[in-house]
Design a protein around this ligand. Structure first.
Ligand code: UT7
Length: 325
């Protein structure tokens, strides 16, 4: 049966110029390069300039994705931005990205699912494209987490970085089988009972301030391995693929030990798991499209490859998207 599939036509990314190394952190808080490297795999992260906003990062990433897709911005009718660090409380950062790209038709809105934001945004875009309501979408993950960090808390400030990634999706008629190109399955979950383990202690409706990120790292770590492994397993059951048949896993990048733990639990060859932690740190909603972009630039994505993207973040929220490149 013919169906519409959301085919990934292009991917792009942007990282701010300024880099902070682990040694830079050892001059701010009581930490060492050795501790950060061993406990997380992170060596450096990019930090946005004072005059660089989340939308600026998102626009740069989207422009690159558009060029690579060969699609004219005027033919885009949906812009979704996954971010927990919007430029302003409103309007949506997606609307600013839409304007920056010169797009004046269709719809643009933000998705707030923190580190799972990109998976949520891809799921949302896919549903609009499958139903035919929109034809071509830009899905952006863009963050400036440096703005919501408590720079005196060594347990969190060393973990995060800024950046953006984007993909261009196009609805294309396919056969309706698992051999199709494009997004083959999506799965999103949330459970608000875990809010206190990872949150920002401010907001316009509560403190009227932006607030700072707070995390119980050890507990989040435990849940991350369980929940991410869980959605990978569910996706494989839903689509009938084995872990070996997936060509590339592109997970949210929070901690190298989480990625190693998932690989071990599912029996996946670690070489099949994209990792950008050493260079980017945790960029929340931007981490999956940044890793996807790196995979593309390293020629690790060929047409027909199966790519599994998965994440967990504040809320808790979590989910997975399986796509054929
Ligand atoms: O993206 C959203 C999802 N986020 C995540 O998935 C993050 C999940 N959590 C983690 O990645 C890890 O839990 C962390 C990297 C945050 C922490 O690693 P850990 O092995 O769980 O360490 P811990 O929190 O249990 O802390 C161990 C020790 C503590 O000292 P004591 O209490 O044992 O004396 C911390 O105070 O390490 C200390 N510590 C540090 N030491 C040096 C915490 N941060 C640092 C630091 N440098 N930066």
């Amino acid at each position: 049966m013919a169906v519409n599939r959301s085919v990934i036509r292009g991917v792009g990314a942007y990282l701010p110029k300024r880099i902070m190394t682990n040694d830079d952190f050892s001059r701010i808080v009581e930490t060492t390069d050795e501790w950060i490297t061993e406990r997380t795999g992170i060596k450096q992260r990019h930090i946005a300039a004072d005059d660089e906003l989340t939308s600026d990062l998102g626009i740069a990433a989207a422009r690159q994705a558009l060029v690579r897709s060969g699609i004219d911005p005027v033919d885009i009718d949906l812009v979704i931005c996954a971010t927990a660090t919007p430029d302003r409380t409103f309007p949506a950062t997606a609307v600013r990205i839409q304007a920056g790209l010169g797009i004046t038709k269709g719809a643009a809105f933000d998705i707030q699912a923190v580190c799972s934001g990109f998976v949520y945004a891809m799921t949302t875009a896919d549903n609009f494209l499958k139903t035919g309501l929109f034809k071509r979408a830009i899905v952006v993950g863009a963050e400036t987490f440096s703005r919501i960090l408590d720079w005196s808390d060594r347990g969190t400030c060393v973990l995060f970085g800024d950046g953006a990634g984007a993909v261009v999706l196009e609805a294309q008629p396919q056969h309706g089988t698992r051999e199709d190109r494009g997004i083959l399955s999506t799965l999103i979950r949330s459970d608000g009972r875990y809010e206190d383990l990872l949150y920002v202690d401010g907001g316009p409706g509560s403190t009227k301030t932006t607030g700072h990120l707070r995390m119980n790292g050890r507990e989040v770590f435990r849940h991350a391995i369980q929940k991410i492994s869980g959605v990978i397993e569910e996706t494989l059951v839903m689509t009938g693929y084995t872990p070996d048949e997936i060509d590339l896993y592109v997970p949210h990048q929070a901690n190298q030990r989480i990625l190693d733990g998932i690989a071990k639990r599912l029996g996946v060859d670690p070489k099949k798991i994209m990792t950008t932690l050493a260079k980017h740190g945790n960029t929340s909603a931007a981490s999956i499209p940044l890793a996807l972009n790196q995979a593309f630039e390293e020629h690790r994505l060929a047409e027909g490859n199966l790519v599994l993207m998965e994440a967990m973040g504040g809320g808790f929220t979590w989910g997975a998207v399986l796509a054929r490149w």
